[in-house]
Design a protein. Structure first.
Length: 198
């Protein structure tokens, strides 16, 4: 009887370790699916829907804002396969050429505060390749659907990979990126295609 309890206990411990390990290695995207309930994101939306969704970004900064959408299903699918966490925020310091990633937005406001105080120790530094993925899609698989203001040669370029399907809650959480001091340019890569007229 004692051995039966030991076996159950061991199985319970192994199951618990498996569950904890699974959550530890789970991506933000999987957590976002659980959190937001996104099952079938709309991939074809009108230009107006897209502009309405990103309006809080365009209105809360004087920096240049450019919004891109994907040209076709194949490049959009490649975009989903390449960028697995949404919204995905990458920032580049134009002075030092260093690139950082901001994610899982519980501490985003604190990260922005650190950035504005020139403290970068808690930021995840990336290689140039991570930024090249975004640049490659912008140059070869997207169209510009909105642009506002001019580049002013300031310190930070911010790249946001997002989608209207993420909803208002995540949009609000990531909106603080517009509060980065010396923001030069905000480039938004929207995970959608523009709806064609029937």
């Amino acid at each position: 009887m004692i051995s039966t309890y030991k076996n159950r206990f061991h199985r319970s411990i192994i199951s618990l370790i498996f569950i904890v390990t699974s959550f530890g290695f789970q991506s933000c995207q999987s957590l976002l699916k659980s959190y937001t309930g996104i099952k079938n994101p709309e991939i074809e939306i009108s230009s107006q829907e897209r502009l309405d969704y990103y309006q809080p970004y365009t209105e809360s900064t004087k920096a240049k804002v450019a919004i891109y959408s994907f040209l076709d299903v194949k490049t959009l699918q490649n975009g989903f396969n390449t960028f697995k966490n949404y919204p995905n925020i990458i920032i580049k310091n134009n002075s030092t050429k260093k690139i950082y990633k901001l994610n899982c937005y519980d501490d985003l406001d604190l990260y922005i505060e650190d950035i504005n105080n020139n403290i970068y120790t808690d930021l995840l530094e990336l290689d140039e390749k991570d930024l090249q993925d975004i640049s490659r899609f912008i140059e070869n698989g997207t169209e510009i659907v909105f642009t506002k203001n001019e580049i002013t040669q300031k310190k930070w370029n911010v790249y946001l990979v997002s989608g209207t399907f993420l909803g208002k809650k995540l949009r609000k959480k990531s909106l603080s990126i517009t509060q980065i001091k010396d923001l030069n340019q905000l480039t938004i890569l929207d995970l959608s295609m523009t709806q064609t007229a029937d």
